[in-house]
Design a protein around this ligand. Structure first.
Ligand code: ADP
Ligand code: MG
Length: 252
């Protein structure tokens, strides 16, 4: 039997190993190491410009990395090619801006990926799409166009659209930052529900109440580095670094 057959699957679903990234002379990720375990919710906090979005984009290979490697469920993320498309489908991403297709219905937005990329039949994709829309509380809006929905509803569609690809891990980059305040909670509720169902997630957010409640682990980034990581109770009650204390002092 070859070695590959006997090795156990790695416990960490996402392994970020010694990742460095530069934009020109700007060193934006500095030797970042992070394992995200199956079913774990990792919340990433940190001041603006600290590299949180860049880290998410590297996990999804929307950005190339300068040094290091990123492993998703035991497979190294390649730079490009067919294999990258397949691996990228395993990593769902939800951005601050919802990026729905403006000229397609809500249901079409959700079924497009499964039909085009996963070669699912329209009927199966629509059946599953409806279930997903129900799950995020928008089943009754399926035939509407994105512009007819509120920001919070559109973001929930974006989440359903990601889930339709059956990702192994979901990345959320400030998913509520562009929303009117009254719509923040409905989106956070959907994310909390996903966490309860066991989805592995990396969530960049400035919502400290959510971070405290939903995170298994808080990662604090500053200047492209992971400065501190701890369970939320510990991080919020006893931040160890000056940078984290300063950050919490400003935000809480
Ligand atoms: P955060 O999400 O924590 O606010 P970002 O990852 O967006 O931080 O940015 C990290 C640093 O990289 C910032 O200094 C930002 O200005 C810079 N940066 C981000 N994207 C680019 C880019 N495409 N080209 C050059 N610099 C960038
Ligand atoms: Mg950002």
């Amino acid at each position: 039997m070859s070695e590959a057959n006997v090795s156990a699957p790695p416990s960490a679903l996402v392994q970020i190993k010694g990742v460095n990234k530069w934009y020109g002379d700007l060193h934006v990720l500095k030797d970042v190491n992070l394992d995200v375990n199956r079913g774990e919710v990792v919340v990433v906090l940190g001041p603006s410009g600290s590299g949180k979005s860049t880290l998410c984009r590297c996990i999804n290979r929307l950005e190339t990395i300068g040094e290091g490697e990123i492993v998703i469920d035991g497979k190294i993320l390649p730079e490009e090619g067919k294999e990258l498309a397949a691996l990228r489908a395993e990593v769902g991403m939800v951005f601050q801006s919802f990026n729905l297709f403006a000229h397609k219905s809500i249901l079409d937005n959700v079924t497009l990926g499964p039909i085009k990329v996963k070669k699912m039949s329209k009927k199966d994709a629509e059946e599953e799409g409806m279930k997903l829309l129900d799950r995020v509380g928008i089943g009754n809006q399926a035939s509407k166009m994105p512009a007819q929905l509120s920001g919070g509803q559109q973001q929930r569609v974006a989440i359903a659209r990601s889930l339709a690809m059956h990702p192994k891990v979901m990345l959320f980059d400030e998913p509520t930052s562009a929303l009117d305040p009254e719509m923040v909670q409905e989106v956070l509720d959907v994310i909390v529900q996903l966490a309860k169902e066991g989805m592995t997630m990396v969530v960049v957010t400035h919502e400290m109440g959510f971070a405290h409640k939903a995170a298994d682990r808080v990662i604090f980034m500053a200047d492209g580095q992971i400065v501190e990581q701890a369970p939320p109770d510990e991080f919020f009650s006893n931040p160890k670094s000056d940078r984290a204390r300063d950050f919490l002092g400003k935000i809480l």
